[in-house]
Ligand binder design. Structure first.
Ligand code: ADP
Length: 456
């Protein structure tokens, strides 16, 4: 038996990811503390955790973002460490700092690294300096629409106006020509100000047919840095990922090793600690860095399925000061994995569909994994993100994974709320998807123009 690295971990999140972290903790012999809002008292992560603390009212701003309540919960339950999951406070450098100032271990990178990467201009500068290829664009911030226009005229259209503090696809606008740049700049900037309280903007060349390919890394405090290969997350709607797969059907082993080695070197030089993901656009054989996420990703299971590595377990071990359990040479990529994000929303209009789940039957069998906290009788609250389950399949080949995905989606029954299962069913029957022939704009065309019911 391995020695226990922590006695107790508080999970500062909800939904499927809280449960995912609970799983890793229990398998490491660690006790768990769940936190929840008044709307989540019946949630599965609360039921399964060893202890739970109600930290506030239903709106996330009053509970899951309530740092004082979270730190109090950690204090009264005598937790050793706090895992932030993804979203919520996971990329909030001030929170990471507060956690350590209060004597708890933050399961994630240093506040400095979070801060560096949450500012996308700094992140791009840093990666460029470390020899990682970035998307061509402005060298730093662009102060106003006139400056944006001068730069874009020189660079050539179309361009993207992006918020340095952006995230979740917010604060990004395209300018097709010089006529659009004024409006694009103004709308992106006001969105950035409203959502992030920061209106610093920059310009990037708009790539016409790229794929979104990202590299998962893990780094410990002993100089160990490894990459766990790539994920293809090109199937997106409104810059939000819908279906992810590993490995990318567009890369060969040589390209994977090459970008992986480049990323490992950069992350090592940075002295980064924990799990992280470098996101790239990939077009015509070239990679262009766009951002680094300093946390666990929603789509981490596809990497776990092809490597057999429990990423959350490694995160916890690293935070406790242990060495990585693996060296790069031990890592092999076996088969193919695909993840479908199942949201409680209309598969046609994408309007949220909260409510009571009246019947629930998840698929199972060889190579099928469900990460979800829902059950029959569970009420999907209207306050949070609509992700209710992730269906992940693994097969020896991509084709086997697709066949497994089709049968699993066919078996998956969720009644009482609308879900995006029918959209995934259509997707995995589609010839372009089956051929791996898609880019980041493909899904938007497939589901039809924004806010329009899609014609298929
Ligand atoms: P966010 O942090 O909001 O997710 P990103 O910078 O990661 O913002 O971009 C989100 C998505 O927008 C990307 O996955 C990609 O689909 C698209 N995108 C970003 N930059 C470009 C670009 N230069 N050209 C074309 N598409 C882009």
């Amino acid at each position: 038996m391995e020695p226990r690295v922590f006695d107790k971990v508080l999970i500062a999140n909800r939904g499927e990811i809280a449960l995912r972290i609970h799983h890793a903790c229990k398998e490491m012999g660690i006790s768990t503390v769940a936190v929840h809002s008044t709307a989540d008292s019946d949630a599965m992560h609360v039921r399964l955790a060893d202890e739970s603390v109600c930290i506030g009212a239903a709106p996330a701003s009053e509970s899951y973002f309530n740092t004082a309540a979270l730190l109090t919960a950690a204090t009264i339950t005598n937790a050793d460490a706090i895992h932030p999951g993804y979203g919520l406070l996971s990329e909030n450098a001030d929170f990471a700092e507060m956690v350590s100032e209060h004597g708890f271990v933050f399961i994630g990178p240093s506040a400095d690294h979070i801060r560096m990467m949450s500012d996308k201009i700094t992140a791009k500068h840093t990666m460029k300096r470390l020899g990682v290829p970035v998307v061509p664009g402005s060298d730093g911030a662009v102060k106003d629409a006139a400056a944006a226009r001068r730069l874009s005229d020189a660079m050539g259209y179309p361009v993207l106006v992006k918020a340095s503090a952006g995230g979740g696809g917010r604060g990004i606008k395209i300018a097709e020509s010089a006529d659009d740049i004024g409006t694009a700049f103004a709308t992106a900037q006001s969105e950035a100000k409203a959502y992030f309280g920061n209106d610093e903007m920059y310009i990037e060349k708009y790539l016409g047919r790229p794929r979104h390919i990202e590299i998962q890394v893990l780094a410990d405090s002993h100089g160990g840095v490894i990459h766990l290969g790539d994920r293809d997350c090109s199937l997106q709607r409104r810059h939000q990922k819908v279906l992810e797969e590993a490995p990318s059907p567009a890369l060969n082993a040589e390209q994977r090793d090459q970008i992986g080695a480049q990323v490992v070197e950069a992350v090592g030089t940075l002295g980064y600690l924990g799990a992280g993901t470098l996101e790239f656009l990939y077009e015509n054989g070239a990679f262009y860095f766009i951002e680094m996420n300093t946390r666990l990703q929603v789509e981490h299971p596809v990497t776990e399925m092809i490597t057999g590595i429990d990423i959350v377990r490694e995160q916890i071990r690293i935070a406790a000061g242990a060495e990585l359990s693996y060296a790069q040479d031990n890592i092999t990529f076996t088969g193919h994995a695909i993840e479908c994000r199942i949201n409680a929303e209309s598969p046609v209009t994408f309007t949220p569909s909260p409510g009571r789940i009246s019947y629930y039957h998840p698929p199972g069998g060889l190579g099928v994994r469900i990460d979800s906290g829902i059950y029959a009788g569970y009420v999907v609250p209207s306050y949070y993100d609509s992700l209710i389950a992730k269906l992940i399949v693994h097969g020896k080949t991509r084709n086997e994974a697709i066949m497994r995905l089709r049968r699993s989606l066919h078996e998956y029954v969720i009644e009482g709320v609308e879900t995006t299962i029918p959209l995934h069913q259509l997707l995995c029957e589609n010839a372009d998807f089956v051929n791996g022939d898609y880019d980041i704009h493909w899904l938007e065309n497939f589901v039809g123009p924004e806010d329009q019911p899609h014609a298929r």
